[in-house]
Design a protein around this ligand. Structure first.
Ligand SMILES: Cc1cc2nc3c(=O)[nH]c(=O)nc-3n(C[C@H](O)[C@H](O)[C@H](O)COP(=O)(O)OP(=O)(O)OC[C@H]3O[C@@H](n4cnc5c(N)ncnc54)[C@H](O)[C@@H]3O)c2cc1C
Ligand SMILES: NC(=O)c1ccc[n+]([C@@H]2O[C@H](COP(=O)([O-])OP(=O)(O)OC[C@H]3O[C@@H](n4cnc5c(N)ncnc54)[C@H](O)[C@@H]3O)[C@@H](O)[C@H]2O)c1
Length: 478
């Protein structure tokens, strides 16, 4: 045995990093094993590179500024493509270096290699040069993440059929592209290709985009995509891809087919559980191949925990919360066990779509009486200056006026929902926004107008209930 640790963390993505840092902050001896680079998917093919790509594509092509200023200071596509690659590498380097530095600063031992767990929580590590290590640990956190799901019938070995890991190796701009999957990945890549002037078709099995997002915002995004020339094919699944006369043909469940120069398949992710020795270690998987955990992120094997995408592919934010909770329990710490139950998401489309809390569909089906306040962002000083519209939508309980959900469609929507997220966490009422001297011009000022709108609608409803379409929905389930 090379050494003994209090905690061995397998995987240096967001879940693994925060698990390690919490345990180390409380004086535990921690080893992180990572087969690739520090930072996980967020820094290699996920959150940071995709947003860096989007931001660079929008900036270099002047895409969203043309309709505001009437001129487009765009660089030609041939010049833009290499610049995008350079920029993404810079962002990756900054973030991977930052994670590596944090490990050093926090006294966490970091070892590059592939890890496998043995029966007695011994972890075997094979370094890139083939050197084998074996370490003992009081506890192990598995944070090995996920990868794109490959479905049978989809020829991923074709050089022009990509998943969201391989798309980064695109050698040149395709003449057009079919994107399969209308979840966050499909929406974000449709945004990038459209900004670059590459015709994109987006196919989604579900009859709407972003099935987990508030329907009103998903509808606004679909309208905006169509206005900008994205071809949307909703309610049809892609069941095959083949080559016909040099082009790719994507066959759909509705009997039709779509043609493209390239295909991006972005329809879900699969947990990385292979070759970890889980079976001999006693760690059980569910039917979808994900590690089964309890509320403390304990697996079915004593002293072995799992967190992040390997438990359920989701967001970096929730992966971090789970990693912290797992490490806290593994090390007997009380700090950090609580998980934020407010669902919060941000998808970086055209424009951003972000939410915290319940959607209108969820609230309606729960039978809670609710009201909605809206603000058209183009009517706020900040929106007018930017020249871009959008929507801030606040949903609140009609009886006690507690905020239930906040949804935003517009520039920096991912930042704007933060204020609502805090009020949701505090269990605050909608009028809490009126107690804040919200700075202007800011997009956050829209909370003021949306609150006044919501209260006005609520008062009208309470005072004079009437049939027909009402801005305030009183929907008590029978
Ligand atoms: C294209 C894309 C965009 C995304 N955008 C966002 C976003 O904007 N916001 C957001 O919140 N989330 C986003 N996500 C999701 C987010 O990236 C994941 O939820 C998050 O990375 C999960 O963190 P994790 O630590 O569980 O796993 P990962 O980040 O996948 O890290 C797991 C690590 O474990 C390592 N590993 C695996 N097996 C072993 C082994 N046997 N031994 C050693 N190391 C191993 C891997 O190399 C990897 O580094 C995006 C995902 C994708 C694919
Ligand atoms: N900004 C963000 O937060 C962000 C960005 C990218 C990815 N992610 C995360 O990464 C993970 C993967 O994202 P994703 O978009 O691949 O998956 P997803 O599961 O969120 O969405 C996949 C979509 O593809 C559709 N689909 C499935 N099979 C299909 C088929 N054969 N034909 C057509 N449509 C099909 C589904 O109906 C669904 O709408 C998610 O957990 C997501 O939260 C988050």
């Amino acid at each position: 045995m090379d050494k003994s640790y209090d905690l061995v963390v397998i995987g240096a993505g967001p879940a693994g990093e925060v698990a390690a840092e919490l345990a180390s902050a409380f004086g535990r001896a921690v080893l992180v094993v990572e087969r690739s680079t520090p930072g996980g998917v967020v820094t290699t093919t996920g959150g940071a590179p995709t947003k860096a790509l989007r931001e660079a594509a929008l900036y270099l092509t002047g895409y969203r500024q043309e309709e505001v200023y009437g001129v487009r200071a765009a660089a030609p596509l041939q010049a833009v493509m290499p610049t995008l690659g350079v920029r993404i590498e810079q962002v990756r380097d900054v973030l991977q270096d930052a994670v590596a530095r944090r490990f050093v600063a926090r006294g966490i031992t970091y070892l590059q290699g592939v890890a496998r767990i043995d029966t007695d929580r011994t972890v075997h590590i094979t370094s890139p040069d083939g050197t084998a290590h074996a370490v003992a640990s009081r506890a192990v956190v598995i944070a090995t993440g996920s990868r794109p799901t490959h479905y049978s019938g989809i020829p991923f070995d074709d050089p022009d059929v990509y998943d969201s890991d391989e798309i980064w190796a695109l050698p040149a701009a395709p003449t057009d592209i079919v994107i399969v999957g209308g979840g966050p990945i499909g929406v974000e890549f449709a945004t990038v290709f459209t900004a670059l002037g590459i015709p994109a078709t987006l196919v989604n099995k579900s009859d709407r985009l972003l099935p987990t997002v508030d329907g009103e915002l998903a509808g606004l995004l679909a309208e905006e995509f169509q206005r900008r020339g994205v071809r949307l094919v909703l309610g049809a699944g892609a069941d095959g891809v083949r080559r016909v006369d040099g082009r790719l043909l994507v066959t759909l469940s509705n009997g039709t087919a779509l043609e493209g120069d390239a295909v991006l398949f972005a329809a879900g992710r699969t947990a990385n559980t292979e070759a970890l020795g889980l079976e001999q270690a006693g760690v059980r998987l569910d039917a979808a191949g994900r590690i089964i955990v309890d509320r403390y992120y304990r697996t079915t094997a004593p002293g072995i925990y799992a967190a992040g995408d390997v438990v359920r592919p989701g967001l970096a934010s929730s992966a971090m919360q789970q990693g912290r909770a797992a490490a806290a329990h593994a090390c007997g710490l009380v700090f950090g066990v609580e998980i934020d139950q407010t669902v919060s998401t941000a998808v970086y489309g055209l424009p951003e779509v972000a939410s915290a809390g319940a959607t209108e569909e969820q609230i309606r089906s729960s039978g809670i009486p609710y009201a909605v306040g809206r603000c058209d962002l183009s009517t706020t000083p900040r929106g007018a200056i930017a020249g871009h519209g959008g929507l801030l939508k606040l949903i609140f309980h009609a009886d006690n006026r507690k905020l239930l959900g906040v949804h935003c469609f517009g520039d920096i929507a991912s930042e704007v929902v933060g204020l609502g997220h805090v009020v949701l966490q505090l269990g605050g009422r909608i009028e809490m926004f009126l107690t804040l001297a919200l700075n202007t011009p800011t997009y956050n000022y829209a909370y003021h107008d949306a609150t006044v709108d919501g209260l006005t609608r609520l008062t009208k409803l309470m005072g004079m209930p009437e049939s027909g379409e009402s801005p305030v929905q009183r929907s008590r389930a029978s």
